[in-house]
Design a protein around this ligand. Structure first.
Ligand SMILES: Nc1ncnc2c1ncn2[C@@H]1O[C@H](COP(=O)(O)OP(=O)(O)OP(=O)(O)O)[C@@H](O)[C@H]1O
Length: 820
């Protein structure tokens, strides 16, 4: 295929051959196939509507999550394609079940199946997760509780052993199939076996309801193992706190909670929304939800991003992007094709996807050597897909299919079909002649008639109603058999119509039936190689995401972070990827966190001096490094982590039945419990939700818990206004104190947003409050109260308030007197 082809949607052969036949059938339909043409127009309207909504076709997935003895097993199925996935069993702990949360976010199921007997902490977490995400408009998900019998291990094993997959050896016996499945599934991972077995049972019993296929049985396309072993766990609050995602709910209360009604606010996801395809954009969500500690994957992504940031790869990037635009979500299209209800535009979309996916593989050949990712695409075995594209191109007349609103075959594919079409082409003249002859035979008061074809009724003469209030008797015409009236036309079977029935018969429906048979054969070929196609489409979607990241990295001068297995976070001149977009003079800052440089940083400083932004920027840089992205800094070295926890964002949630303070505590408890030496912990003003002494005590206790771990203490960034914290925690070299610089100008602090060593001495809360618009009288009073607290005395009487109070008392007195 030609790499530089400007028109990637169709090839020249298709355009030349289709034009003549288009004219033929268009002429036919113009006059006589009234019903056919009416239907065609209607079809075209709906086609237009669907074409725009085609991309909204999303996959629906049913997930089984089974957690026992601290291990999570899971399996899910994409209903549209019949792809099965089984999770490699993984340790998951209460109360948060972070692995389940990561899985839930990536799978986005429409239904979760749970063990009806098990109502423990796991089920509560699942319920809460589903409830919370519904509230956040992530989509509706149904919970179904199955009887525990469905999870019986032996029964599950039996169901799995009899699973038939297209990838199994041809004509294999039951024993051979069972042996083949043993190479795919590890039966010692009992929780995953329970999950897959229960899923198969559920699908078997409910397939008609789930797939709308009343008589069908589930057919599975593939079984793939997925793993969360490499995932860097990031909890939901951290995603929100760091603004990786930021869904803004629809302002209308009616629309809240409706799938798709929220939009993305300022977030990393929004920043990276530069994919060429919608599919890529969706894949970006999954990519961001799966930060990985797998160095090989990260380096492969970095390599690709680095390549596309070079000016000499601009041309290739442009070409790839223009092909990526045509890569569509084949899952939705293939469901329609499987059900034989695909519209012409869906066939065209599938062809474009195939054609452009193969083209991308070819384009990657030239650059394969410079990047492993491109090499994988260049070496992708796409010969079958290439053949599929060729078949489609040779068989389907896309232009005519669009006009006709149905699958239409090109001339030259099937001689028998061509003959039928030629008969149809000659029909135009024949029908006009017949109509003229019939006009002569009709009574003179009839001015207009037309011939039309209707399936099952054959050829009919349509006569325009010649008078109002015609009786049944009036409608009887000589030598004509009255058939029916439809709006302004009365339909008759005339002699001429009968002659046409004999002469041409049901040519039109025969053509349709013939073309449908060809379509079914083509569909069977497509479905045989569906697995290869979905794998390539997924790879293209990932390529789209990485190109989008490279565009952002290039535009904002991101650098490639050095990744290692060491415990280190070293960032020079780091910037906040979102604040730097909105702030003209963003001040970059460094951080050095390691066993030698101290891995616990306690930040103090005036209000609004930049503590939160600094901590979030480090969190985001570290997070970006684990997605494989470049980072906004002059240089960065990041040792791979297993967890990123934050205590930044407090969302009071009705569903959680927790106060803001309780949520803070829950986040902190989770961080203490889950964190290891390979974790990053960001804590912003913990303890502010209660009294100052209680807050300080809690903060010191939590910090000490971490510090007692010595070298195993995680990377900690902690901002606090408890300036005396130093006195209450262990004195150890792993703790370093940082503050934010400011200068005093005209008695007011001017913040420089520069971090330096040492502890702060004041919060300048009153100056910040005045700058934020709190009235001068209120600020002045606050100062008096503050001075009194400092000197351990009572504040002076507030004359303003007292006089107001006296006025109120007088008013009430007067009212009482008049009432009496
Ligand atoms: N590095 C920076 N360069 C430029 N402006 C900054 C920088 N960091 C922060 N700012 C500005 O300062 C504002 C306040 O920053 P931030 O919220 O981090 O302060 P803070 O010290 O956490 O305040 P508080 O203690 O009251 O929560 C930000 O909204 C931003 O406009």
């Amino acid at each position: 295929m030609d790499e530089n082809s400007s028109d990637r949607t169709s090839d020249p052969v298709l355009r030349q051959t289709s034009s003549s036949s288009t004219n033929n059938l268009n002429n036919q339909s113009e006059n006589h196939f009234v019903i056919a043409s009416c239907r065609r127009n209607e079809d075209q309207t709906t086609t237009g509507q669907q074409e725009t909504s085609e991309e909204s076709d999303t996959e629906e997935r049913v997930l089984v999550a089974y957690c026992r003895s601290g291990k999570l097993g899971a399996a899910y199925c994409t209903l549209q394609t019949g792809e099965l996935f089984i999770l490699e069993e993984i340790v998951d702990r209460p109360p948060e079940y972070l692995m389940f949360l990561s899985l839930y976010r990536q799978v986005e199921p429409v239904c979760i199946l749970l063990d009806g007997k098990n109502q423990g902490a796991f089920v509560q977490t699942v319920k809460k997760t589903v409830f919370d995400s519904d509230a956040n408009d992530e989509g509706r998900c149904k919970l179904v509780f199955l009887s525990s019998q469905e999870y019986n291990f032996e029964a599950c094993k039996r169901r799995i052993s009899s699973l038939s997959l297209p990838t199994e050896p041809a004509n294999c016996s039951d024993d051979e199939r069972s042996l083949y499945l043993r190479t795919v599934i590890d039966y010692s991972q009992t929780q995953s076996v329970h999950a897959l077995g229960a899923l198969l049972r559920y699908l078997d019993l409910n397939w008609a309801k789930l797939s709308m296929d009343l008589h069908g049985k589930p057919q599975f396309l593939s079984l793939r193992i997925i793993s969360l072993a490499d995932i860097v766990t990031v909890d939901e609050d951290t995603y929100r706190g760091l603004q990786v995602f930021s869904a803004v709910a629809h302002p209308s209360a009616f629309k809240r909670g409706v799938r798709g009604s929220s939009r993305e606010g300022l977030s990393l996801y929004q920043l990276f929304s530069r994919c060429a395809s919608k599919l890529g954009q969706r894949r970006m969500r999954v990519l961001l939800q799966h930060p990985t500690s797998d160095l090989a994957t990260l380096e492969m992504r970095q390599e690709l991003i680095a390549y596309f940031m070079k000016p000499q790869s601009d041309a290739l990037m442009r070409n790839i992007c223009s092909s990526l635009r045509y890569i569509k979500n084949v899952h939705g299209i293939l469901t329609k094709i499987k059900a034989l209800s695909a519209k012409p535009y869906q066939w065209k979309s599938l062809y474009n996807t195939l054609y452009n996916a193969v083209l991308i593989c070819e384009m990657c050949e030239s650059a394969g050597k410079v990047s492993k990712f491109l090499e994988q695409l260049a070496c992708f075995d796409n010969s079958k897909l290439y053949e599929m594209a060729l078949y489609m191109n040779r068989i389907i007349d896309f232009d005519l299919s669009k006009t006709e609103g149905k699958f239409t075959v090109k001339p030259g594919v099937d001689p028998e079909l061509d003959m039928k079409k030629q008969t149809m082409a000659s029909l135009h003249g024949l029908m006009s002649e017949t109509a003229k002859v019939e006009m002569e035979r009709l009574p003179p008061y009839i001015q207009e008639c037309s011939m039309l074809y209707m399936p099952h009724l054959g050829y009919l003469l349509g006569v325009k109603v010649w008078d109002d209030n015609l009786t049944a008797e009036d409608k009887e015409l000589p030598d004509m058999k009255f058939m029916f009236q439809n709006n302004d036309y009365i339909h008759y079977k005339s002699k001429g119509c009968e002659e046409l029935d004999v002469l041409i018969g049901d040519t039109y429906p025969e053509i349709v039936a013939h073309e449908t048979r060809i379509m079914m054969r083509l569909t069977a070929v497509m479905l045989d190689h569906l697995h290869t196609l979905t794998a390539l489409v997924d790879k293209c979607a990932e390529l789209d995401c990485l190109i989008a990241i490279s565009k952002v990295s290039k535009e904002f001068n991101y650098v490639r972070p050095t990744l290692s297995a060491e415990k280190v976070i070293s960032i020079k001149a780091g910037r906040h990827p979102l604040y730097m977009l909105t702030c003209d003079s963003f001040v970059p800052n460094d951080v050095e966190s390691s066993v030698h440089a101290g891995c616990v940083k306690i930040l103090t400083g005036p209000n609004s001096s930049g503590k939160s932004v600094y901590m979030k920027q480090i969190g985001l840089i570290v997070y970006l490094a684990h997605v494989g992205s470049f980072v906004p800094a002059e240089s960065a070295a990041v040792g791979v982590l297993r967890h990123i926890h934050t205590r930044i964002h407090t969302t009071e949630c009705v569903a959680a039945h927790m106060s803001a303070f309780l949520i803070d505590l829950r986040q902190m408890a989770l961080a203490l419990q889950e964190s290891t030496s390979n974790s990053l912990l960001i804590v912003d003003e913990f303890g502010k939700g209660t009294s100052a002494t209680d807050g300080l005590a809690l903060l010191a206790a939590c910090l000490n818990t971490l510090l007692f771990r010595g070298d195993q203490c995680p990377h900690v960034l902690l901002a606090t206004h408890y300036l005396q914290i130093k006195e209450y925690i262990v004195d150890t070299p792993i703790v370093r104190y940082l503050r934010f610089e400011y200068v005093i100008q005209d008695g007011e602090p001017v913040f420089l947003f520069r971090v330096c060593e040492g502890g702060a001495t004041s919060s300048f809360a009153l100056q910040v409050a005045a700058a934020a618009g709190l009235g001068p009288a209120t600020v002045a009073r606050a100062k008096l109260v503050m001075d009194s607290v400092m000197s351990n005395s009572l504040p002076p009487e507030n004359k303003q308030i007292t006089s107001k109070q006296n006025m109120c008392i007088e008013k009430v007195k007067n009212k009482l007197l008049t009432d009496i």
